[in-house]
Ligand binder design. Structure first.
Ligand code: IPD
Length: 280
């Protein structure tokens, strides 16, 4: 892809991710996690998720009417340009519910079919944490950046090569059977690394890898909208994103700096073997 177009897609991703970030931040009811019953609080989160996605769709389709749109919530659009905007309006919804400042809007421009693992590739993306006011962003060939206020800083993945001293992020899905499998895999990983972090937003975990705040990250069960922007940000930061068979997918996403990529992939494959097959 032409680098001017890729840079323009990155600019648009940042613009709309930050606008949706302001929406979920400014309109988050202050007592979301405490004053309401759990189920009604969850409904408010769903409403905010849908409102943020509607805003993203309206802005993106206004700016790029020929592109397709694919998000976590209801309401996709087909396109004719070959590009699809893959968005997660609130990644880290449980953190959002409880007011933990680790949630994000994730926006990526993707070539290919984002619903088929291995058949798509992000060309630009942005992840905005509206609480810390940090936005990580990248386009293919342009490096990875973190912008906070007026300051943009290039980010680089960790140079770590030793698993035993590596800080590794992971996450857990929502189904009990999936979680049981993830915990079985974790029992293989945890004794072999410095420590584990579970921060609650896959998009922010990937940005943490891009910046070296984590040496590595792995998770089973991610959707394209959780990872699309983070993948290009890690790769442009000099990191590697892979899966159990070489392709990141809902089966497994493994991300790290380049020197840790092979040992971490071996460890996660062994962990998956230890955990065995997952009950459906
Ligand atoms: C979730 C978060 C979480 C990860 C889960 C995701 P959501 O996304 O990214 O960190 O562990 O697998 O589903 O539901 O908050 O958009």
């Amino acid at each position: 892809m032409d680098s001017t177009l890729a840079a323009e897609l990155e600019r648009i991703a940042v613009l709309v991710a930050e606008e949706a970030g302001r929406l979920i931040e400014d309109e988050r009811p202050a007592d979301l996690g405490v004053a309401q019953t759990k189920s009604s609080a969850t409904d408010v989160v769903t409403v905010m998720d849908q409102r943020a996605q509607d805003l993203l769709r309206e802005r993106l389709m206004g700016l790029r009417p020929d592109d397709a749109f694919f998000g976590e919530e209801d309401g996709g659009e087909v396109g004719t340009s070959g590009l699809t905007w893959v968005v997660d309006p609130i990644d880290g919804t449980v953190n959002y519910l409880y007011g933990i400042p680790a949630y994000a809007v994730s926006v990526a421009a993707v070539l290919g079919d984002p619903s088929v693992p291995g058949e798509w590739e992000p060309v630009a993306g942005a992840v905005c944490n509206p609480r810390s006011r940090e936005t990580w962003h990248a386009h293919r060939g342009g490096g990875a950046w973190r912008t906070q206020g007026e300051t943009s800083t290039p980010v680089h993945a960790s140079a770590a090569d030793d698993l035993g001293t590596a800080l590794v992020g992971t996450g857990f899905g929502y189904r009990a059977e999936r979680r049981a499998w993830q915990v079985a895999a974790l029992t293989h990983v945890l004794p072999r690394v410095r420590d584990i972090r579970r921060m609650g937003s896959a998009a922010l975990d990937l940005c943490a890898v891009a910046e070296g705040r984590l040496d590595g990250y792995y998770e089973r069960g991610l959707n394209p909208w959780d990872m699309a922007a983070g993948v290009i940000i890690v790769e442009e930061a000099g990191g590697v994103v892979t899966g159990l068979d070489g392709t990141p997918s809902d089966d497994m996403v493994i991300a790290s700096g380049s020197r840790l990529a092979a040992p971490l992939a071996r460890l996660v494959r062994a962990a998956a073997e230890t955990a065995g097959s997952e009950p459906t």
